[in-house]
Ligand binder design. Structure first.
Ligand SMILES: [Zn+2]
Length: 238
């Protein structure tokens, strides 16, 4: 009897999913083209390696795209409207970016050992979104890079503490830098680890958070650190 009831609910669940697909077909996260998570045209917008200067002495990070138009729409749908089906598509473009940056940066071109670090989220934003959104990205990136022969670990070692408010809303680089300063903490000693540490964030605006993450990792002993993002706000001349 119990088996029959469970089977009934399985069938019911499948029917409800089918009805939902008919009533609420998904569109591309970037442009709403039907039946796509991320259509080829929008996916191609993420196929770059744009350098973005960071404040202080952190150097630069790289973005798959500039944060505007369909890119902005796709990331907002994923980040703030729960479109978790984008996780895989975004992880793949970030893995491609990692390959490009590793190949083009001569000190790292022979590197096979990677440590992927999700950029930290504040407890309040994790509570609001129900998850640490960069963590599934790095886990899926790790699978992809591992399949390409890299030795990859994911290290969620960065914590953001005592920060209030939405990260992208801060008005200036200085105010954001001040707000973050002292709040990025590395919870592991990284001395002696020769891996290439790759901080992965979704959006880099002023670069303050990314800069702080890179500095904090270096201070914890990481020798080789780069930063990658799905998108960066364009530099003045773009
Ligand atoms: Zn699209």
């Amino acid at each position: 009897m119990r088996t029959v009831v469970l089977r009934f609910f399985d069938v019911l669940r499948a029917w409800l999913a089918a009805i939902e697909d008919v009533l609420l077909p998904r569109g591309c996260a970037g442009c709403d083209k039907p039946d796509e998570v991320l259509c080829p045209s929008c996916a191609s917008l993420f196929g770059h390696a744009y350098p973005k200067a960071l404040p202080g002495d952190a150097g630069c990070c790289y973005g798959c795209s500039w944060y505007r138009g369909a890119v902005r729409q796709a990331i907002l749908n994923w980040k703030d409207h729960g479109d978790e089906e984008c996780d895989r598509a975004f992880a793949l473009v970030l893995a491609d970016l990692a390959l490009k940056v590793v190949a083009q940066e001569s000190p790292y071109s022979r590197t096979r050992s990677l440590a992927l670090i999700p950029a930290p989220s504040s407890p309040s934003s994790m509570h609001r979104r129900g998850r640490w959104q960069t963590l599934p990205l790095v886990r899926l990136m790790a699978r992809r890079l591992d399949s390409l022969g890299f030795s990859v670990v994911t290290k969620p070692v960065l914590k953001l503490e005592g920060v209030h408010g939405k990260s992208v809303q801060a008005s200036s680089a200085q105010s954001r830098s001040r707000r973050i300063e002292g709040h990025v903490r590395v919870i592991e000693d990284l001395k002696g680890d020769d891996s290439l540490f790759i901080v992965v964030d979704d959006i880099v605006t002023t670069g303050a958070t990314m800069g702080q993450c890179i500095s904090a990792l270096r201070a914890a002993g990481a020798r080789n650190v780069i930063g990658l993002a799905l998108a960066c706000t364009p530099n003045r001349d773009e």
